[in-house]
Unconditional design. Structure first.
Length: 337
């Protein structure tokens, strides 16, 4: 199935240097923002308290956030969760609430605990927050409360980095075995280009980086390498068919012949991701946003980063078609007509 059928190959490789300069500038800008501003890690990584609150009617988040603002809790987030009647509140870890809106409530709870009542400081904070929410809306009910300690957040961060490293190693090994080391190296550079740019967007805009976003980054790695494999496979096929063509001509034909497939695949994926972005609520907003950025840049990197790198590293027909190498008793004319 093809949407477009081109009579002539588009000369992508003729402008490869321009595209890679643009990629380098974008990549360096992302690294600069990551270095200077850093990622805005969510409660999953920094630690904190998560409350799930059920209401009798659809949550009025303006009213809810107004109530939380009065408590002067510091960094927090309040978003829809599961349905319109449920709110998920994330409170960043904090040790000092002196002078805040819940200071008096915390002191009262601590005094009661000193007098023999059971409880903890975490339960005191969540309890005081729920008291304030119930005062504004008596129908509010706490259905879940969880605490993520800083040590757990650090372990999640380390495990996420390890997962990223293992995925990259797997991609290198797979492409090296299936194609050739130049394709493996070029594909990893292109994939890391996508990942760093996604992280650069999150650093520049200070969007919350949470576990769902990390999952999106890992998904983009697999998604991007899929496009690279398709182009690499077509390049190898063209080396078999286009015996008299130059390497840039072979690569241009490979990219041009897969444009229709790229539009269908990435277009359908982006339709689903856009529906999550629009209708998924705040819980999935940054997850879908990371996927959207990754899909757009994975197309660019596979076509205009990976392919030029392979060409500049000197890939040739002999590197990919081992079966066509000269065998005993065969002349060069028999091998390459």
């Amino acid at each position: 199935m093809e949407f477009f059928r081109f009579k002539r190959d588009i000369p992508f490789m003729r402008h490869a240097l321009v595209f890679n300069v643009i990629s380098a500038i974008t990549f360096l800008a992302a690294v600069f923002f990551l270095t200077t501003r850093g990622l805005n890690f969510g409660v999953d990584f920094k630690g904190g308290t998560v409350l799930e609150v059920q209401f009798a009617q659809a949550v009025d988040f303006d009213k809810l956030r107004g109530t939380l603002d009065k408590l002067n809790l510091g960094e927090y987030s309040a978003q829809a969760f599961g349905g319109p009647n449920t709110a998920l509140i994330r409170l960043a870890q904090r040790t000092d609430y002196t002078g805040t809106g819940i200071d008096a409530c915390l002191k009262a709870r601590q005094a009661a605990r000193t007098g023999g009542a059971s409880g903890s400081a975490i339960a005191d904070v969540s309890g005081c927050v729920m008291d304030a929410i119930k005062a504004a809306d008596p129908s509010a009910t706490q259905t879940r409360v969880e605490f993520v300690g800083p040590q757990v957040g650090r372990e999640l961060y380390d495990n996420g980095a390890l997962a990223l490293f293992l995925v990259i190693c797997g991609i290198i090994i797979y492409l090296w075995i299936r194609f050739e080391w130049r394709f493996a190296l070029a594909a990893v550079i292109a994939n890391m280009h996508d990942v760093v740019i996604i992280l650069g967007f999150f650093a520049f805009f200070q969007w919350e980086f949470s576990l769902p976003v990390l999952a999106a980054v890992l998904a983009v790695l697999g998604y991007s390498v899929n496009e690279s494999v398709v182009i690499a496979d077509r390049v190898r096929e063209n080396f078999r068919k286009m015996r008299k063509a130059t390497v840039p001509q072979v690569i241009d034909n490979a990219i041009t012949s897969t444009i229709s497939r790229t539009i269908i695949t990435h277009g359908c994926t982006q339709i689903m991701v856009t529906s999550i972005l629009v209708f998924g609520g705040e819980t999935l907003h940054y997850f879908a946003l990371a996927l959207t950025i990754g899909i757009l840049f994975s197309i660019y990197s596979s076509v205009l980063v990976m392919a030029p790198l392979v060409m500049w590293m000197g890939v040739s027909r002999e590197d990919l078609i081992r079966s066509d190498r000269k065998r005993p008793g065969m002349t060069a004319e028999k091998i390459l007509p």
